[in-house]
Design a protein around this ligand. Structure first.
Ligand SMILES: Nc1ncnc2c1ncn2[C@@H]1O[C@H](COP(=O)(O)OP(=O)(O)OP(=O)(O)O)[C@@H](O)[C@H]1O
Ligand SMILES: [Mg+2]
Length: 299
């Protein structure tokens, strides 16, 4: 870490992440004037994305959106965020200790998705497109803990607004970077046009991934350019795989399918998606209180 920055920190506790393109590094630190540990994201060569991220986040506040606490320095640019001690949702699902994620019931998983969608819907209400909704940009407030009824899903927090922008900012370009294609809507893949419904499409793919525990399309083993062609021609993650994890009930399938519609104008809005998810969660909770497991195959 840059020596000029080190003098502004009380302590660096651990290294959390380094961006592949060396655009940013994130550390867990303590900082003078802020209680407890925070996440400090230090930007390298390209600071523009960081300053846009700070600009967007400074007036935003929602329980499912990452909180920017402070801009520590402008050279190098260094942003202080609330620390999400549970790491990313991607790590929970696929990391070394991903076995713990298998303990989660369908209801836990739906709740996690609904919280992430709440963060997206809040941004959309402000006219902001996130542009990179996927499990490695969704964080967990705390590590998974265990209560009397098993694993407890921590609060889910949408992060990484590095590509976010106002929907009407037509000059802004979308970036098609490898590794993120599998979450991208056809209009993004075809025209690099990222609009509010494009985030909803990403939410649907993420929902499928959270419910099944499998990285979307990982079963196909095809090169990314073929995947792009296939998604544009209508390929979507396999709905049958929902059955294997007890989540193939009609409401779940209908929510997913209407959020990954080809035509972005026919797609559910993020607000509708949020509402249907919370309604489904409530319904499942009520019926399990009345008659045990709500739907065939439920865990
Ligand atoms: N507030 C935070 N609390 C805990 N971990 C964080 C936090 N912010 C980032 N991280 C860790 O760092 C990783 C990368 O963070 P983030 O997605 O914000 O950066 P990035 O993808 O490198 O961003 P960019 O594309 O804007 O350079 C996350 O997946 C997570 O593991
Ligand atoms: Mg990221």
């Amino acid at each position: 870490m840059d020596g000029r920055l080190l003098s502004k920190l009380d302590q660096v506790h651990s290294f959390l992440w380094k961006d592949l393109d060396e655009r940013s590094e994130t550390y867990s630190c303590t900082v003078p004037g802020i209680q407890g540990r925070v996440a400090v994201k230090v930007f390298g060569r390209t600071t523009q994305r960081g300053s846009e991220e700070a600009q967007l986040l400074k007036d935003l506040e929602h329980p499912n959106l990452i909180r920017l606490l402070h801009v520590l320095s402008c050279n190098p640019l260094c942003l202080v965020f609330e620390l999400c001690q549970g790491g990313s949702l991607h790590k929970l699902l696929h990391g070394a200790s991903s076995t713990s994620s298998r303990e989660f019931t369908v209801d836990h998983r739906l709740r996690a998705v609904a919280q992430a969608v709440s963060g997206v819907a809040y941004l959309h209400g402000k006219g902001i497109v996130h542009s990179a909704v996927r499990p490695d940009n969704i964080f967990l407030s705390h590590p998974v803990s265990r209560g009397p009824e098993g694993a407890v899903m921590p609060q889910v927090i949408l992060g990484d607004l590095g590509l976010a922008r106002f929907d009407d900012n037509e000059g802004a370009e979308s970036t098609l970077s490898f590794g993120t294609l599998r979450y991208m809507a056809p209009e993004v893949l075809l025209r690099a046009s990222y609009e509010l419904p494009s985030d909803v499409f990403s939410c649907s793919v993420m929902m499928h991934e959270v419910l099944t525990g499998s990285i979307p399309f990982s079963d196909l083993n095809i090169p990314s350019h073929i995947l792009v062609l296939k998604v544009c021609a209508g390929l979507r993650p396999d709905l049958d795989s929902l059955r294997a994890c007890g989540a193939a009930n009609p409401q779940v399938v209908s929510i997913i399918v209407s959020a990954w519609e080809e035509d972005l104008h026919s797609r559910t809005t993020s607000e509708e998606l949020e509402q249907s998810l919370f309604e489904l969660i409530d319904l499942r909770q009520q019926s399990s209180l009345e008659v045990g497991p709500a739907l065939p195959g439920d865990r």
